[in-house]
Design a protein around this ligand. Structure first.
Ligand code: PEP
Ligand code: MN
Length: 262
C-alpha cells in the first residue's frame, strides 16, 4: 500500500495554488456546464466571491438515461474559456475511460465521481496521467473501499489525489445523502492526502448547504466543493441544491471565521 498516515500531508496542485497546504480551499460552480453565458456568469461570481477554483461537469453521470448528460467536449471548451476569463483553475468530472486524454489536456483537476469510485479501469487510466485527481467516495462505499480505490491511482504513479466525502446512503431519507463528517478525521488519520467535503450532494437542498459546509470546516477538512448557480431555478441538473451565487460571499465570510477559529 502506498498510503500512509499523518503527520506528513501531501498538498495537491490546483492551478497555481494547492489543496492541503495552509488555508481552506473552496471550489464552487454549477453542477453542469449548460451554455456559455450560464458558465461565464457563474464563474465570474465564483471568482468575485473569492473562491479558489471553478467546478462544472461537461460529462454528467445521471440516474436516468433521459436526463441531461452534459455538453461533452464543447463543455470542456467553455470551461477553458471560463478559466481564461477568470483565472480560476477548473475541476471537472471524467465518466468514461475514452475521455481521459481530452480531460487531462483540458482541466486542472479530474474528478472521479461517486458512481465511478470503483470503476477500476477508469482509475487505472487516471493513475497513468499526472493530472491531479479528485476522488469522491462512492455512495455506498466504506472508507476502506475508498482508500483501495485511491491506491489504484497511486499505483499508477499519480500521487496527486484529493479525497472527497460527499454523503453516503443510509436509512435516513429526509435529505439526499448522509454526510459522514467522521470520515474527515478518519481519512486524515489514515492517509497523507488532502480531504475535502462536498456539502451539496448530501444536502440535496440549498438551505442545508451552508451548515454542512461549516461542519466540514469545523471537522478539519482541507476544503469544500459545492454547487452554485447564477439562476438555480433554470439549472439543468441539481438546481435544488445549488447555492445562488449571491449567497457565496456570505459563505466565504463565515468559512473564513470558521477556519480562523479551527
Ligand atoms: C457532481 O459533482 O455533480 C456529482 C455527480 O457528484 P457525485 O459523484 O458525488 O454524485
Ligand atoms: Mn451535481
Amino acid at each position: 500500500a502506498r498510503l500512509h498516515g499523518r503527520p506528513d500531508c501531501t498538498p495537491v496542485t490546483l492551478g497555481e495554488s494547492s489543496i492541503g497546504g495552509p488555508g481552506f480551499t473552496v471550489v464552487a460552480g454549477p453542477c453542469s456546464v449548460e451554455n456559455r453565458s450560464q458558465l461565464l456568469t457563474t464563474a465570474e461570481a465564483v471568482r468575485a466571491a473569492g473562491a479558489h477554483a471553478l467546478r462544472a461537469g461537461a460529462f454528467k453521470p445521471r440516474t436516468s438515461p433521459y436526463s441531461f448528460h452534459g455538453l461533452g467536449v464543447p463543455g470542456l471548451r467553455l470551461l477553458a474559456e471560463a478559466r481564461e476569463v477568470t483565472g480560476l483553475p477548473v475541476v471537472s468530472e471524467c465518466v468514461d475511460v475514452r475521455d481521459i486524454e481530452v480531460m487531462a489536456s483540458s482541466v486542472d483537476m479530474i474528478q472521479i465521481g461517486a458512481r465511478n469510485m470503483q470503476n477500476y479501469t477508469l482509475l487505472r487510466e487516471a493513475g497513468r496521467t499526472r493530472v491531479p485527481v479528485l476522488l469522491k467516495r462512492g455512495l455506498a462505499a466504506t472508507l476502506d473501499e475508498l482508500l483501495l480505490a485511491c491506491e489504484y491511482l497511486l499505483d499508477g504513479g499519480n500521487e496527486q489525489v484529493v479525497l472527497c466525502e460527499r454523503g453516503i446512503r443510509t436509512f435516513e431519507t429526509s435529505y439526499r445523502f448522509t454526510l459522514d463528517v467522521a470520515a474527515v478525521p478518519v481519512l486524515k488519520e489514515r492517509t497523507h492526502l488532502p480531504v475535502i467535503v462536498d456539502p451539496s450532494h448530501a444536502a440535496g437542498a440549498k438551505g442545508r448547504v451552508v451548515p454542512l459546509a461549516l461542519a466540514a470546516a469545523a471537522a478539519g477538512a482541507d476544503g469544500i466543493i459545492l454547487e452554485s448557480h447564477h439562476d438555480p431555478a433554470t439549472a439543468l441538473c441539481d438546481g435544488a441544491q445549488a447555492l445562488p451565487v449571491e449567497e457565496l460571499p456570505a459563505l466565504m465570510e463565515r468559512l473564513g471565521h470558521a477556519c480562523a477559529a479551527a
